[in-house]
Design a protein around this ligand. Structure first.
Ligand code: HSE
Length: 423
């Protein structure tokens, strides 16, 4: 019998308790151990909670972190502090820790894994990336024989829900965001999701594990979906593309690119089929080839599935099998200016002779080859021009945007989005 203390009883915490109570009998048969929830830390003293947890509740973190009878601490509070401090203390007190906290792991993973090693305990965090999808343990164990050069993923359910709502219901971003809030997907402050920060934390964790290089979120070039309008989605659709917020990491001979940004993906691309709050991760191993993991990246029970599985694994894993930090390489993250991709531009320009030639002159001067140029409807003498380029560096793109925008009132770039032609 193992005693567990849980820090936090929000969506994930309550899911963890429900899942343990529901499946403990079979966990015992399959895993050979019995879990006993000893204490649950909550913050709010007045909130109504289920009867069956009443005697387990505590308001003092020390009751869990310093309880000698507790074998394992589950951290599902979220946020950087005080979660980080509690995890440190729990590890120092020789308790295994299971966490769903992508912010803490992406920023402090190295330190915490070292602390776990020193104290001879396990620190597992499967739920921190892509909720219910098993991806961290598969990368570290089932696929250990491979070298990985590429990860491409949808790691944020809220933004994927918003983009697919815009696509399917032909609505603007703000309306789709309202729908996400109504369905309980978007948090009251959805900025970490919308601005791409949540996905940046998750790709930092995945890239660190897949490439064996420590990558922190501040190294991830990050764009959100707040600048995407229905017009972009509509044009993308006409041209045979969807728009998805893609987290990507590439290992090249010079270093690593790691970024989160919206991408126009061919409708035939497997990530175009990922809709609503679903997540998906595509990894490419040198031996196994392309693999795709698909499932629910958020929500109470999918996240609880990852947490409870980690609890069992942490309690069953001895010193010899411990999963330590695997970031043994020291490779640099390359500046995004060097990143090569094709791009979609939406430009508003005066509908008069010579304007298009000025714009195409700017592309030419910056070594950008145009793949497709379409003039869309012209209203009040303002035409909308949609351009798709061949592959070029981000530096060239930035220079071209600045130069087009400084063309005295005759043209303005409304949006620039990456394009991925390959499926
Ligand atoms: N807010 C995240 C999402 C779930 O929308 O995917 C928690 O990581």
């Amino acid at each position: 019998l193992y005693n567990i203390g849980i820090l936090g009883f929000g969506t994930v915490g309550s899911g963890v308790v429900e899942l343990i109570l529901k499946n403990n009998g079979n966990i015992e048969k399959k895993g050979g151990l019995t879990l006993n929830i000893k204490k649950i830390l909550v913050k709010d003293k007045v909130k109504k909670r289920p009867e069956y947890i009443k005697e387990l509740i505590t308001y003092k973190p020390e009751d869990i972190i310093y309880d000698p009878e507790i074998d394992l601490v589950v951290e599902v509070m979220g946020g950087e502090e005080p979660a980080l401090t509690y995890i440190r203390q729990a590890l120092k007190n020789k308790k295994h820790v299971v966490t769903a906290n992508k912010e803490v792991i992406s920023k402090h993973g190295r330190e915490l894994l070292e602390l776990a090693l020193q104290n001879k305990v396990n620190l597992l965090f499967e739920a921190s990336v892509a909720g219910g999808i098993p991806i961290i343990i598969p990368l570290k164990e089932s696929l250990i024989a491979n070298e990985f050069g590429n990860i491409m993923a949808i790691l944020n359910g809220t933004t994927n829900f918003i983009l697919t709502q815009m696509e399917e219901n032909k609505v603007e971003f703000s309306q789709a965001l309202e729908m996400a809030k109504k369905q309980g997907y978007a948090e009251s402050d959805p900025s970490a999701d919308i601005l791409g920060l949540d996905a940046a934390r998750k790709i930092a964790i995945l890239a660190s594990i897949a490439f064996n290089v420590r990558i922190t979120p501040d190294k991830v070039y990050t764009e959100g979906i707040n600048g995407i309008s229905y017009t972009d989605i509509n044009y993308a659709q006409e041209l045979g593309f969807t728009i998805r917020l893609i987290a990507e990491a590439q290992r090249t001979k010079d270093g690593i690119f790691v970024l989160v940004a919206p991408v126009l993906l061919r409708k035939e691309h497997p990530l175009s089929a990922v809709k609503d709050v679903y997540n998906a991760v595509i990894v490419e191993g040198d031996a196994v080839g392309r693999l795709m993991f698909y499932g629910k990246g958020a929500g109470k029970m999918p996240t609880a599935s990852a947490v409870v599985s980690d609890i069992i694994k942490a309690l069953k894993t001895d010193e010899k099998n411990r999963l330590n930090c695997t970031c043994f390489r020291d490779e640099r993250v390359l500046p995004i200016e060097l990143f090569r991709s094709a791009y979609y531009f939406r430009i508003k320009a005066m509908d008069k002779p010579g304007v298009l030639s000025k714009i195409s002159g700017i592309f030419g001067k910056n070594d950008i080859n145009l793949y497709m140029v379409i003039q869309k409807n012209s209203i009040n003498n303002i035409a909308e021009i949609v351009v798709i380029t061949y592959e070029t560096t981000f530096k060239n793109i930035q220079k071209a945007v600045d130069e087009i925008n400084s063309l005295d009132d005759i043209a303005e770039v409304s949006n620039v989005i990456r394009v991925k032609e390959e499926v």
